[in-house]
Design a protein around this ligand. Structure first.
Ligand code: FPP
Length: 250
């Protein structure tokens, strides 16, 4: 147990290292607003957002949180101006190349979820290369959602189930919730325990809509490029006070 002093109410709070979320998911929002507030182009917000990603990965390593999923680009983000999309995709590519050695050194396994084949080939190649080079790592699974949509994921799961039935690899009478979970992009991961959304919006935005059925939510007004370890601790302390009933009675 670590005592953390809360500057907002001057009270000491307990941060329990033995009761951490095992799967942390984050909707990183507010890059554009951060840039606007400072009079910078939106691209600057995304660049600073990449630094916040590095910070949150370091915090997960410090706390031994084993799985982190971040929402980097949604199936709806293609509606943004072409220039911003091109900047974002190039930023992802350059971060993957620049951080490869660091990720390997820190024993991080990289996994991507989303409709990856629609991404530009150079980015797709870097994604495959990074997943291959880190596949045996086991300190932290960093799951990056790119061209990801929760509804698209469910549609893809339905198609995969139909294919298995067609090929007689699955009995149509045996379909249950586990069958759906097993055919999602996250088939090999537990559901998130805690979902953090930055920049204050109170919505799920098509992110892990199946997997978050019983996930605890934490929304903070902090814009993603400003998000730091202290903000993560605040979210986790609040998470540790929740009683998780999963619809049952405690
Ligand atoms: C939301 O801010 C953020 C995104 C759509 C992109 C997330 C990308 C990063 C954090 C960059 C680095 C990521 C990786 C994986 C290296 P917004 O643009 O929607 O902000 P706004 O709502 O204030 O306009």
């Amino acid at each position: 147990m670590i005592v953390i002093s809360n500057c907002k109410n001057n009270k000491n709070e307990l941060f329990d290292m033995s009761s951490l979320p095992q799967h942390l998911a984050i909707i990183m929002d507010g890059n554009g607003r951060w840039a606007k507030k400072k009079g910078f182009p939106r691209s600057m917000g995304h660049k600073e957002g990449a630094k916040a990603v590095k910070r949150v990965i370091a915090s997960c390593l410090d706390f031994n949180i084993p799985i982190l999923t971040i929402f980097a680009f949604s199936t709806e983000n293609w509606k943004r101006p072409k220039k911003e999309i091109a900047y974002l995709l190039k930023l992802f590519e350059s971060v993957l190349v620049k951080e490869k050695a660091n990720l390997i050194r820190n024993n991080i396994k990289i996994n991507f979820i989303g409709r990856l084949t629609d991404l530009p080939t150079p980015l797709n190649d870097k994604i495959n290369e990074l997943c291959e080079s880190t596949k045996k790592n086991n300190r932290l699974i960093l799951n990056i959602a790119v061209n990801y949509g929760g509804r698209a994921e469910i549609v893809d799961a339905i198609n995969s189930i139909i294919l298995k039935i067609d090929k007689k690899n699955l009995n149509i009478d045996k379909i249950n919730e586990d069958t759906v979970s097993d055919n999602l992009y996250t088939y090999n991961l537990p559901d998130p325990d805690l979902l953090i959304r930055t920049a204050g919006e109170m919505r799920i935005s098509n992110f892990m809509i199946w997997q978050t059925a019983y996930t605890e939510f934490w929304v903070t007004p902090v814009l993603w490029p400003d998000f730091d370890k202290k903000n993560l601790i605040e979210a986790i302390i609040n998470f540790q006070k929740r009683v998780r009933k999963y619809g049952g009675k405690i």
